[in-house]
Design a protein around this ligand. Structure first.
Ligand code: MRU
Length: 366
């Protein structure tokens, strides 16, 4: 399987990422040299996906430490960097986890501050790679079981948004079991929801499945229900930006409707997540997870490669004055989730299930 990463460091110890706004038409690399660059990358969705947002924020703190030292700035500069990065996107809890981790590493630092920040950000990235690999190990049997039941026929998997390697560092969460199934010779086919308005499915999931040679078909967001009613989906797997102690799952807008359709058609609906996406301090996802609202022009316009000019263009799809609403995420209640696939194994979407795998969270509750 082809291996590439979504974030890496350069010889001069800066950071580079793929400009995901340009995929699948152009592969453009963006260099991050300041914490502002990292903040903008997260806000503008040059990078996106819960684990990658966290990794970019961690390197953002490293860059802030570097700026502070090189330009002899006050410690308040670093505090500002922490609070600006914290405010860059509200829903994915990995962002706050990564910043807390960087704060702890700097608080505990006994040697050179810059080296401590560098080492902590690098370690966080390596941890995500291994975590996602393990999610694949634990998710693979779910695909394998269906394949065995179907006597080796193609397993049809539906996914929403991009919870692939492009949302992480390597492997991805939902794609890790899929890539490992393909490596094992299991026949799979992925139904890729286009995922309006930012088209993470069409632009990103389809791109990485193509690069990895995984058979897939792009569908409009509303097609999944029909496919499920006609027995054309064996399982759904989605990612998450924040999962509560009770197993409620916030993910890209539209995930909830897929879960409802899956329940109605007895299609298993799995969520793949690293434990860094758990928010064990809250229980009720609907009441307690902040849902990002983004610019209405993301809905009013679509962006893509023009059929006639071959150029990337933005096209208005409604009357000039029509307003749009743009909630970025929704919450799928735990009772609609068939199970959680984590780096420690598979569990029920419930407090009991999560604590069976992560007993260290027993005390962490509001
Ligand atoms: O708005 P995005 O593109 O950051 O939303 C991403 C998702 O909803 C993903 O499914 C989620 O972050 C999991 S990525 C492994």
């Amino acid at each position: 399987m082809e291996k590439f990463r979504t974030i890496w460091t350069t010889e001069d110890r800066y950071v580079e990422v793929i400009d995901q706004r340009k995929l699948p038409h152009e592969f453009v690399v963006v260099k991050l040299e300041t914490y502002d660059d990292a903040e903008e990358a997260i806000k503008d969705m040059i990078v996106r996906g819960a684990p990658l947002i966290g990794a970019t924020a961690a390197f953002g703190i490293y860059l802030a430490v570097r700026e502070m030292i090189e330009e002899q700035l006050e410690g308040s500069f670093l505090d500002q960097a922490f609070s600006d990065l914290r405010a860059s996107r509200p829903t994915a809890v990995n962002l706050f986890w990564a910043l807390d981790k960087m704060r702890a590493a700097l608080d505990a630092c006994e040697g050179d501050f810059l080296t401590c920040a560098w080492d902590a950000a690098k370690a966080l990235v390596e941890e995500d790679v291994e975590t996602c690999r393990l999610i694949g190990v634990h998710g693979l049997p779910l695909i394998e079981e269906i394949s065995n039941k179907k006597k080796g026929e193609v397993v049809n998997i539906l996914t929403h948004c991009n919870a692939g390697m492009l949302g992480c560092i390597e492997w991805g969460t939902i794609t890790s079991p899929i890539y490992q199934a393909v490596q094992k010779g299991i026949k799979v086919h992925v139904w890729v929801d286009e995922t309006r308005p930012r088209l993470q499915g069409a632009n990103l999931t389809a791109y990485e499945l193509t690069r990895h040679g995984v058979p897939h078909t792009l569908i409009v967001d509303n097609q999944g229900g029909h496919l499920m009613q006609h027995g054309m989906v064996d399982m759904c797997i989605v990612g998450t930006d924040r999962t509560t102690r009770n197993g409620d799952v916030a993910n890209k807008i539209g995930t909830y409707l897929k879960a409802l359709a899956a329940k109605d058609n007895q299609v298993p609906f799995y969520v793949a997540l690293p434990s860094t996406t758990l928010d064990m301090t809250i229980r009720d996802g609907l009441k307690e997870i902040p849902i990002e609202q983004r610019n209405q022009d993301e809905v009013r316009y679509v962006s893509g490669k023009s059929k006639s000019t071959g150029k990337i263009e933005e096209i208005l799809i409604c009357p000039e004055t029509t307003p749009a609403s743009n909630y970025g995420f929704d919450v799928t209640p735990a009772h609609l989730v068939s199970g959680l696939i984590t780096e420690r194994g598979f569990c029920a979407a419930s407090e009991e299930g999560l604590l069976s795998l992560f007993p260290e969270f027993k005390k962490k509750v509001t």
